[in-house]
Every structure is written in C-alpha cells, then in structure tokens.
Design a protein around this ligand. Structure first.
Ligand code: BES
Ligand code: ZN
Ligand code: MG
Length: 517
C-alpha cells in the first residue's frame, strides 16, 4: 500500500505518546513483539511502502507507524531494522524490517528467488532483535509469503546453547493477521528440519556418537511410527553384509559403528520404487593415521553433515506426510588413529568386491559411502542421492555459495536445481568425466585408489569419480556439501555455526518428486 507523502507529513505533526528508540518498560507478562515488513523506497516515490499486514497494523493505530517511520527517516534499507516501543497496547515492541525492492522474484543470474530470500533475511533480523529484548512471543508479518517468513523466523531464532548455563530466550512465533496458515506451517516444518540437522552437526562428537545419532533420529521419527521403520544395524550386521570399506574406517575407533537404515512408506502404492538417500556419517574425522592438523579439527564433529541432512529431510518428509516412499541410509562411525586403524597403502574390499588401496586415511568418506551405495541398489531405487562433507576441494571451488552436484542424470539435476531456486539453498553442477576416473584407477595395487594420482588437482571431481565406481543406477546424484557445512555470515538468516544445508533443498526436491505422477 502506498501512503501519500502529504498525509504522512500531516500525521507526523499530530501529538503522540510513542517512545521511539527507547528501552522497553514492558513487564514479562506483556512481552509480545511484532515483526513487520517495509519495502525499499523507490527513487521516484516519496512515501513509505508497507506490506499488506504492516499497512493493516498501521491503520489500526491511525497511521502512527508510518508517522514514526517518517520521523526516524523513511529510508529503511534491505535487512535493516527499526524498533518502536509503545505503539500498540498488544505489542509493546514492534520491529520494522526492510524487504528491499518489492518487484523482484526469481533471478536468473543468482539462481534463487530474491523475494523469498529477502523475506527470510528480514524476518530473521526482526525476530532476533526481539529475542535480544527477551520478548518471548513474536507475531510475524507473512510478507505475502508465509512459508518464507516462517523459515526466516525458525532458522533465524535457532541457537545451539544446549551446553550453556545461560540460554537465549525461547521465542515462540505465529503469523500476524489473516494468513495462509498451511504455508506458514510448511515453512515451520522446513525450518525445523534444517534446525534438526544443525543441532546434530553442531553437537560435540562425544555426545553425538554413531549410537546417539541413530537414537536421536529414531526418536524424531517416533510420531510417524505407523509409516516408518528404523533399523540400527550393528557391527555384526555390517560384517555379514561384507562392507569391508566401511569396516576398515570404523575399526580405528573404540566407538562402535552403526549402519542406520530408515524406511518411510508415504506412498499409497507400497510397491512404488523408493527414493534412496545416503548420507556420510563420520561423527568425528581426525583424519586417522593421515592425521589432520589440530587447528580447526573441532569442526570435524560435523563430518556427519550428509547423514544429518538426509535423515532430517526424511523426518521432514514424514512430518509433511509426503506421498512417496523413501529409504534413508547412513553409515555412522568415527575416523580415528589407533593401532587398529587403516594405514596408508592398506588394501580393503568393498561390498561389490572391488578392492581399494587406502593411500590416505583422511579420504574416509568415500570408503564408507562405497559400501552404502552398493547396499542402496538392493532396494531397486527410482533414484539415489547421496550427501557428504566429502572434500575440502569443493570448498575451494564453490565456497559456501552452493553444494557441488555430480550426477549421471539430467532428470535428477533439473529437479534438484529447481528445488534449490525455491529454497535459496543452491546447488551447482560439477563434471563426472572419465578424465577423473583414470586418476583413481591407474595408480593402485588394487582396483581403485582412494586418492587421485595428482592428489590435490580436481579433488572434488576425483572423489565423485571414485563414488561412481559403486553406482549402477541410472539416476544418481552425489552432493558434496563440505563447502556449505558451516556459516560465518554469508547466509543472513543463519547464525554463525553449522548450517544444516542443504536440508530444505532435499525436502523441496522430495516434495516435487512426490507430486509427480
Ligand atoms: N571431512 C573431510 C572433508 C572436509 C574438509 C569437510 C573441510 C569439511 C570441511 C574429508 O574426509 C577429507 O578429509 N577429505 C580430504 C581428501 C583428501 C585426503 C583426498 C580433503 O579434502 O583434504
Ligand atoms: Zn571426513
Ligand atoms: Mg577425512
């Protein structure tokens, strides 16, 4: 809604009793806040452009909000906020956040939807502002897209303070005004899904062991028990499946491995071939005998990010009741140096009989995934997608902008990319040339070497080529998510820490697949 400048000037001169930029004196019983959006002023118009909900709020208090915005300077840049106190008796604190220009949607250059990203960012800023003021309940302007607003609120408010004595205020949120509550609820579930992955990734490795990881996912799936089966396969099962590559990694640790197998039967047709999701579940990656440098090694507690994101996506698909069959697989173990650990040069045998020379024990992700990918084929899947914090090289290539996708299927690629444009959690296609395959097959005592012969060159691509040696399915995609594992300040609606990316993209992809005939 456009408010003519003249009216703003008139109302601004009226007497009012609002406190601007002052400390809140509200008591805890009235600690309710409101987040509202405002679009960026266009150069050719002088007024303030409020969202529909903000305009409704404004008229309920006879234009006081636009008055205040004008007094404080009408220019509110994208992602910037202003807090007003005492404007409305139900909302002692109101945060107005800039949404940027209103007319932009999907951007072909950025491969995301500018509108949705602006809403997520703005809402997260507003909610955090109120959280810092210790406001415990926040109503949120859906900004014309309830799902994105809910995602911004749920993702923006997440803080991992499980082990802190002093915790941030737990903020509950709800949409403000008349809204599409289904869209809001969907956004909450998408955000909760990503937050589950963030929590698992951030958790210390002495707390999220393979066993604890499996138990957490089992517990998260318990509300959907009628449609879900959980198998926590122990070491003896892994041995009976002849997963020699996985076992070669897990044997270096005192912590027992678990092969987590989840079945979600969401389709009415129980014979529908499943989508199989596979996630790398190294709950701590020290590098093994090829030990990593100690600086930054703590981040390797998140080396189960593949398992965390695919399992969280499956939990979310169940919560959304998506009509599709999914199987989730996560080989879970630690990669540790010990007297029993893999040694450089050791040769191990994977489930499909291929032999692998382990020249670098820090390239362990591909070893555990090799066996999991072999096993995935036993379900006659409609597609296989694996996610793994696999290589530092993908971080060098893409940074945190996008997950690298290596796929043998244009069909899968199109759907993954389409999903990522909606979620803003982007993907970028990478090559699976024979060029790279040669580099892992031509330098071994065995069928394969676990590192390429030009070690650092094309590291993400040789890792993908290695995984492909364990795939016969026509539709397979490998997501290397090492570059998107953490967030510093790149994604404005995620705080610093483990990102839980690309859980929402996986969920959106699954939702798209479930809606196809
Ligand atoms: N977990 C690491 C990859 C990683 C690096 C994830 C940085 C997140 C952030 C993986 O197991 C690894 O160590 N890969 C090696 C492979 C190399 C030895 C061929 C790497 O990337 O250096
Ligand atoms: Zn690793
Ligand atoms: Mg490693």
């Amino acid at each position: 809604m456009l408010i003519p400048f003249r009216r703003v000037l008139l109302t601004a001169t009226r007497q009012h009793n609002c406190r601007l930029f002052s400390d809140s004196h509200a008591t805890s019983s009235t600690r309710k806040g409101l987040v509202l959006g405002v679009y960026e002023k266009q150069p050719d118009n002088e007024g303030i452009r409020l969202t529909e909900a903000a305009a409704a709020f404004d008229s309920s208090i006879s234009g006081k909000l636009s008055e205040m915005l004008t007094i404080s300077g009408p220019l509110l840049k994208k992602g910037k906020s202003r807090t007003f106190y005492g404007l409305h008796q139900d909302f002692p604190s109101v945060v107005v956040v800039g949404l940027g220009k209103s007319s932009t949607g999907v951007c072909g250059k950025e491969n995301w939807d500018n509108c949705k990203e602006s809403i997520r960012a703005a809402v997260s800023v507003g909610c955090r502002q109120l959280q810092d003021l210790e406001v415990a309940h926040v109503e949120v302007d859906p900004c014309g897209d309830g799902q994105s607003a809910a995602e911004g609120a749920v993702l923006g408010l997440f803080e991992y303070d499980e082990f802190k004595t002093k915790k941030k205020v737990r903020v509950t949120t709800q949409p403000y005004g008349s809204v599409d509550s289904a869209a809001w609820q969907k956004g909450v579930l998408y955000g909760d899904g990503q937050n589950l992955a963030r929590r698992l990734m951030e958790a210390p490795a002495n707390h999220i062991t393979p066993t604890a990881f499996a138990n957490t996912i089992e517990q998260k799936l318990s509300p959907f028990a009628h449609k879900v089966a959980v198998h926590k396969r122990p070491q003896c099962w892994i041995e009976s499946e002849q997963m020699g590559a996985f076992l070669s990694v897990s044997k270096g640790s005192e912590e027992p491995p678990v092969f987590l197998e989840l079945h979600y039967k969401g389709s009415l047709d129980s014979a529908q071939p499943p989508l199989v999701l596979v996630g790398k579940g190294i709950t701590f990656d020290s590098g093994g005998i090829s030990l990593k440098p100690s600086s930054g090694m703590d981040a390797m507690r998140a080396d189960m990010g593949g398992a965390a994101t695919v399992c969280s996506a499956l939990v979310t698909a169940a919560a959304l009741k998506l009509p599709i069959n999914i199987i989730g697989l996560a080989p879970l173990c630690e990669n540790m140096p010990s007297g029993k650990a893999n040694k450089p040069g050791d040769v191990v045998r994977a489930k499909n009989g291929k032999t692998i020379q382990v020249d670098n024990t820090d390239a362990e992700g591909r070893l555990i995934l090799a066996d999991a990918l072999c096993y995935a084929h036993s379900f006659k899947p409609r597609a296989i997608i694996n996610a793994a914090t696999l290589t530092g090289a993908v971080d060098v290539a893409l940074g945190s902008a996008a997950a690298g996708v290596f796929t043998n299927s244009d069909w899968l690629w199109e759907r993954l990319q389409k999903a990522s444009i909606v979620t803003g959690d982007r993907v970028w296609r990478m090559p699976l040339f024979q060029h790279y395959t040669k580099q892992i097959t031509e330098n071994a005592l065995a069928d394969l070497n676990n590192v390429g012969k030009y070690s650092r060159s094309g590291g993400a691509c040789t890792a993908a080529a290695f995984l492909r040696e364990f795939v016969t399915a026509d539709h397979w995609a490998h997501l290397d998510i090492a570059g998107v594992m953490t967030n510093k300040d790149e994604i404005p609606y995620l705080r610093k820490g483990m990102s839980g990316r690309p859980t929402r993209t996986l969920v959106e992809f699954i939702a798209g697949l479930a809606s196809e005939p």
